[in-house]
Ligand binder design. Structure first.
Ligand code: NAD
Ligand code: DAU
Length: 350
């Protein structure tokens, strides 16, 4: 069936994997990638699909109401997969308002455009890609399920919780067909090297200090980004309207254990002496309000829709390290803003 699908934030880390999957797997769908190309958005991530006839890029801001309304009028979207966001917790602590603007207002503008345009709701879908951080922080035991009450603690997670609530409110009040997924920490290729795994990989390559917050005892639950994209595909096509699905691979790691694992994997790949990279580990001041532990129970997604992760963590990490070792130019360019400058010149804001 032919569909016009708006993907927001498609030039970012997860968005680029979602765009690639949909463009390649569904030649009948037209994928319109809307992205502002902030520091985190980079069209280099989509070089391999940019010339495909079922792909189009539009540069624009999800918080710009008249632009978004005109985009909906022009393209008559059948569905939205909304990923555009400010996504880094540390940045949200420094600059909370930009998170509130993009994540809360931006989601509200998109929802409202969909409500305005979609007079006939039955075959439409607004899919909001969200995070497990909306559930708060766990102690030693237990998991986040779809029934866990929201308890966000950082400006980032609060802004994502706010956007989730708006999505649910548009469903409840206006019967907008929506679905939400809340996923755990992603890792893989094309992740901006400010997040734990790519930052550590880059610093190990460059023999720079590896900053571990606090005692490194915090726990995160890691999922390979391509498995997240596959889960989004499954939920997009088979998820029940109005439902929430948790996405995760039951793969918890203490930060310090993960960093040590990375060090030993990379010592071998870089032909360094065992233990050499681990000497770079440096304990630094803890993140303000640092959530202790996240752990996702993804049973519903598995039972109802048959999704499960395709990769073991060690295999995914190995692939990820290889990608960063083979793409040091990419990391240097995104960190220096070089790609950003290049693409900003080519694409004018609509
Ligand atoms: P990212 O920071 O890599 O990418 C975000 C993208 O959004 C960038 O391309 C950026 O240019 C774009 N963007 C930002 N502001 C915009 C605006 N005003 N208008 C249009 N585009 C804008 O983020 P990511 O890690 O790929 O995360 C994508 C989504 O998935 C986010 O909504 C995030 O909350 C969610 N999520 C992320 C993770 C994770 O581990 N990274 C886990 C669960 C959920
Ligand atoms: O759980 C899903 C969330 O995971 C997503 O919604 C967010 O968009 C994504 O950024 C991620 O948030 P985290 O804060 O968990 O990810 P980050 O990579 O920033 O940090 C992972 C853990 O590592 C966290 O406990 C903080 C710690 N850390 C992080 C950095 C950047 C360090 O110890 N040192 C570091 O330099």
């Amino acid at each position: 069936m032919k569909k016009n699908i708006l993907v927001t934030g498609g030039a970012g880390f997860i968005g680029s994997h979602v765009v690639r999957l949909f463009v390649n797997k569904y030649p009948d769908y037209k994928i319109i990638n809307l992205d502002l190309l902030t520091y985190a958005g980079n069209l280099e991530n989509l070089r391999d699909v940019e010339k495909k006839s079922n792909y189009e890029f539009v540069k624009g801001d999800i918080t710009d109401e008249s632009f978004i309304n005109s985009l909906f009028d022009d393209y008559k979207f059948d569905a939205v997969i909304h990923l555009a966001a400010e996504s880094h917790v540390d940045r949200s602590i420094i600059d909370p308002l930009s998170f509130i603007r993009t994540n809360v207002l931006g989601t509200g503008v998109l929802l409202n455009a969909a409500r305005r345009q979609w007079k006939e709701h039955s075959d439409k879908l607004f899919y909001h890609v969200s995070t497990d951080e909306v559930y708060g922080s766990l102690g030693e035991a237990g998991f986040f399920t779809e029934e866990t009450p929201y308890d966000p603690r950082s400006p980032y997670s609060s802004s994502k919780a706010g956007s989730d609530h708006l999505v649910k409110a548009y469903h409840h009040t206006y019967h907008l067909p929506v679905v939400i997924s809340n996923c755990s920490n992603n890792y893989g290729s094309h992740q901006f090297p400010e997040k734990l795994i790519p930052l550590m990989i880059n610093n190990i390559i460059k023999k720079k200090p590896l900053p571990v917050y606090g005692k490194g005892e915090n726990v995160r639950d890691w999922l390979w980004v391509e498995d997240h994209a596959r889960a989004i595909d499954v939920i997009f096509h088979n998820g029940k309207i109005g439902e929430t699905y948790n996405i995760g691979g039951f793969n918890e790691w203490k930060n310090i254990d993960l960093v040590k694992l990375l060090c030993s994997v990379m010592d071998k790949k870089l032909k360094r002496a065992a233990g050499e990279s681990a000497e770079l580990i440096t304990y630094v001041k803890d993140r303000a309000g640092h959530d202790q532990r996240y752990a996702i129970d993804a049973t519903k997604l598995n039972k109802d829709l048959g999704w499960k992760p395709s990769l073991q963590f060690e295999e995914g990490l190995d692939k990820t390290v290889d990608w960063y070792l083979n793409n040091t130019n990419w990391s240097d360019n995104v960190l220096s803003g070089a790609y950003q400058e290049y693409y900003q010149q080519q694409y004018v804001l609509r």
